[in-house]
Design a protein around this ligand. Sequence first.
Ligand code: ADP
Length: 413
Amino acid sequence: MKRSNKNTGALQLEELKAVYAISRVIVETLEFDKALAEIVRLSRPVFIFDNLILYLLNETNQVLEPAFARAIGRGRAVAEELAWGDLAAKEAFESGEIFLKEPAPDPDADRLDQGFYLGQPLTVGGKTLGALVFIRFGGPAYTDEQINLAEFIAAHVSQVLEHQRMVERIANLEAGRRLGELQSDFLATVSHELKTPLGFIKGYATTLLRQDADWNKAESREFLSVIDEETDHLGNLVNNLIDSSRLQSGILEMELQDVEMETLIGELLDRWQSHYPQIQIDVITPENETHVWADPIRLSQVMENLVSNAAKYAANSRVRIEVEEDNERVFIRVADSGPGIAAEHLDQVFKRFYRVPEPRETVRGSGLGLYICHQIIQAHEGRVDVVSKVGSGTTFTVQLPKQLAPQQAQEGQ
Ligand code: ADP
């Protein structure tokens, strides 16, 4: 039987309170399942039903499918009611009107065989999204007031649905836009960065192989050392790309352990002095040993990135590496007295692929180094900051917790 809703009678106080509480749920609860469970809970005292099933139209195959079901009253698994629920939902959905199925009174019949079905279409902005089906076993029949209430509940469920769809739509659009942006940034940067060393390697190798030229030992050595350097550069770039995508997706695991800072810096210092003769490095550490809870390989990678940046961007500068600590944290500062970074770029330098635009591209890079530092330090529950003044220099400060909580410490072992 189909019945259009007649607005008979005002709501009782208890009903009004429930209606108000339901409206609050819509405003406050963003999670779809939680909002529905809450609506069911709030409706029950004023509107008795045993089962409630929400059907939604699957837009791909245009079939009404149960999306949420609650059995709160008498007997029976919800699943058994789906067949009848399906019919009530289909009728309400297709007609856009309330659907009622009420069996003829039979005092001898089992209550559980006497289902009273009320189907409500769910409509938002003129579009029917699905239907809500209420089931009562053994009656009584739904009164007009109760049908009013059911209609009100359905209107609110529709709002929750619409809200959820909107959130999903916005998230999809945003994800699509960001992915598109990232992909084009990625391709532009990576192809440029890969092409440069490859060009050198190919050029020098071809030159060396020329049949018509006879290179002496010094010349051959010079060409080979370019090939050697550019191969290293290419290798570093590929490693950075791999690290950055692993960090991005959270699959780069940290092997946390007790690390003594002076020892870690001491091991790197020899290499820095031979690799970066253009800078002079001073190291200042506290008298007592300073321990952090960190992955030594990843922390060395952070230090390497900061020092190699100082060598690249602040050549001929003095670089000061200073370790300090307070009760909870260890601070590692890498300061140079190079050209500095203009204020408008400072909060961008930790972003993936970000490079400060330079009029002449004198220094090569991919904009991945500081992003990787930031992600690694974040994975240690620490932070990295930068302060800089154009013309005076740049200081990067890494903060690490002295000790992580015991549970996190265990996870790292
Ligand atoms: P890359 O060096 O590969 O370009 P990074 O992520 O390491 O990428 O650095 C991002 C940008 O920050 C660099 O392009 C550079 O402009 C700037 N930068 C980093 N370190 C310094 C520094 N010590 N002095 C001046 N500019 C720096």
